[in-house]
Design a binder for this molecule. Structure first.
Ligand code: URA
Length: 407
C-alpha cells in the first residue's frame, strides 16, 4: 500500500486525502520508514501537488498535534512569520510596534538551526529572559501587556517537525507546496486569526527567485482562504543580510536601536511594512491609516516602551547587554565601491564564529556575530574596516572570501 502511494506520486497522479493520511500518519507512528518518506518527498518535489493535495497535507499536519486556543482574547490575533533570513530580527521590532498600537501579539517562536537564526535564541541572549512560559503565564501576560513571545508550550504540528527534519537532510526543503503547508499548519495550530508572512528571496534564503516567491505567496493565501484566515504576504530581498548586525545579542542591540529611532534603511522599512500590515489586519483599517499609527508609535517612544515592558515582564535585564567576546576587524584590501555583501557567506561565517548551531543540541555563543560597518554603494579605501567579528573561538583564520565585493 505504501509503495503504491509513493509510486502514484512518482508517476504524477493526484493523491486522495486518505492516501496522504495513510503515508503521513504511518510516518508519524514510525510504521513508514525514513527512506520511504524520503522517496515520497522527492516525488512531491519533482511532480508538485494540486491545491486539494496541499489543503489535505496542511490539515494532516495541523491535526497531528495540539491546537492553541486563544479565544480568551476578544480581539483579532495577528501572527507574523518569516521564511527565514540572515540578520532577520524584525520580530523583535514589529511585535512591540504592533502591540503598542493595541493589536495583541501572542507568538510562539523557535530556535535557530544551521544558518537561520531563531527569535527565541535572540531573546535568550538577554540576561534572565524567560522563554518557556506556561499557558497560565501566557494568558496573564497577554491580558496584562498585550505581547508575549515564548517557545512552543504545546506540541504544535509535530508531524511537520518530523517531516521538516527529514527534508533538511534529503534536499527536499525548497518545494513550494511543502513549504506552504509547513508554514500554514504551524500558524493555524498556533491560534492566529490573521497572518502576515514575510517571504525572503535571494541567495541567503530558501526561495531563490521572484517567480517562486509569487507562487508561494499565492499558495499561502489560498490555504488561508480555505481556513477562513486572512493572509497577507510581503516579498523581501535576502541577497544581502538584513540590517548591520548578525548574531543573537548583536541583533537585539540593533533592534533596540531601531525602536529608539536611531536607524534608517532596509531593516526599518521592512519592519514598518510588516507592522503596518499587521495593524491593518488587526484593526480592520487601511494599510495607510495603520502605517500612520505605527510610525507615530515609533516616533513617540510607545513601541520602545512596549519592548522594555515586555522584556521586564519576562524577567530580562536589558541593561546588562554587553557583548562579551574578542573583536577582530576585517579591513578592505583595495580601493573601490562596495558592490555586494553576500548573505549566505555572512551566515556561514557567523555560524563559524559560534553564533549558530550545526545540530539542534549544540550550544551557541550568544555574544558571537558580525557587525557590518559599510553600506552597499559606499566608497571604500584600502584599510577601511568593513566589518567587526565577535567571537570567543581562538582560530582567527576565518574565510572572508566572497563576502564583500569591492570593484
Ligand atoms: N519555514 C517553515 O516553517 N517551513 C518550511 O518548510 C520553510 C520555512
Amino acid at each position: 500500500m505504501i509503495l503504491d502511494i509513493i509510486s502514484k506520486k512518482a508517476n504524477n497522479y493526484e493523491l486522495t486525502k486518505e492516501e496522504l493520511e495513510t503515508i503521513l500518519l504511518g510516518y508519524l507512528n514510525d510504521e513508514v520508514k525514513d527512506y520511504q518518506m524520503s522517496a515520497f518527498l522527492m516525488a512531491i518535489c519533482i511532480n508538485d501537488m494540486s491545491d486539494s493535495e496541499v489543503f489535505a497535507l496542511t490539515d494532516i499536519f495541523i491535526k497531528s498535534g495540539d491546537i492553541l486556543d486563544l479565544s480568551f482574547i476578544d480581539k483579532i490575533k495577528v501572527d507574523k512569520h518569516s521564511t527565514g533570513g540572515v540578520g532577520d530580527k524584525t520580530t523583535l521590532i514589529v511585535a512591540p510596534l504592533v502591540a503598542s498600537c493595541g493589536v495583541p501579539v501572542i507568538k510562539m517562536s523557535g530556535r535557530g538551526l544551521g544558518y537561520t537564526g531563531g527569535t527565541i535564541d535572540k531573546l535568550e541572549s538577554i540576561p534572565g529572559f524567560k522563554v518557556d512560559l506556561t499557558e497560565e503565564e501566557i494568558k496573564k501576560q497577554a491580558q496584562d501587556i498585550g505581547i508575549v513571545i515564548t517557545s512552543q508550550t504545546k506540541d504544535l504540528a509535530p508531524l511537520d517537525k518530523k517531516v521538516y527534519a527529514l527534508r533538511d537532510v534529503t534536499a527536499t526543503t525548497n518545494s513550494i507546496p511543502l513549504i506552504a503547508s509547513s508554514i500554514m499548519s504551524k500558524k493555524i495550530a498556533g491560534g492566529a486569526d490573521k497572518i502576515v508572512i514575510d517571504i525572503k528571496v535571494g541567495n541567503g534564503a530558501l526561495i531563490k527567485t521572484i517567480e517562486e516567491a509569487e507562487r508561494l505567496s499565492s499558495l499561502l493565501i489560498k490555504i488561508g482562504t480555505y481556513y477562513q484566515k486572512e493572509v497577507r504576504t510581503v516579498i523581501s530581498n535576502m541577497d544581502r543580510p538584513l540590517g548591520h548586525n548578525i548574531g543573537n545579542k548583536l541583533e537585539v542591540i540593533e533592534a533596540l536601536d531601531v525602536l529608539k529611532g536611531n536607524a534608517k534603511g532596509e531593516l526599518l522599512d521592512l519592519s514598518l511594512k510588516l507592522a503596518s500590515e499587521m495593524v491593518s489586519l488587526g484593526k480592520e483599517i487601511s494599510e495607510k491609516k495603520a502605517r500612520e499609527e505605527v510610525v507615530e508609535n515609533l516616533e513617540n517612544g510607545k513601541a520602545l516602551n512596549k519592548f522594555l515592558e515586555f522584556v521586564k515582564y519576562q524577567h530580562g535585564n536589558i541593561d546588562k547587554l554587553e557583548v562579551d567576546a574578542k573583536v577582530y576587524n576585517i579591513k578592505a584590501n583595495k580601493n573601490g565601491i562596495l558592490k555586494d555583501i553576500n548573505a549566505l557567506a555572512i551566515a556561514k561565517l557567523s555560524e563559524k564564529l559560534g553564533a549558530g548551531r550545526k545540530d539542534k543540541d549544540d550550544k551557541i555563543d550568544y555574544n558571537a556575530g558580525i557587525v557590518i560597518k559599510k553600506e552597499i554603494g559606499d566608497k571604500i579605501k584600502e584599510g577601511d574596516i568593513l566589518a567587526s567579528l565577535y567571537t570567543n573561538i581562538d582560530n582567527k583564520e576565518f574565510n572572508l572570501e566572497r563576502i564583500f565585493e569591492i570593484s
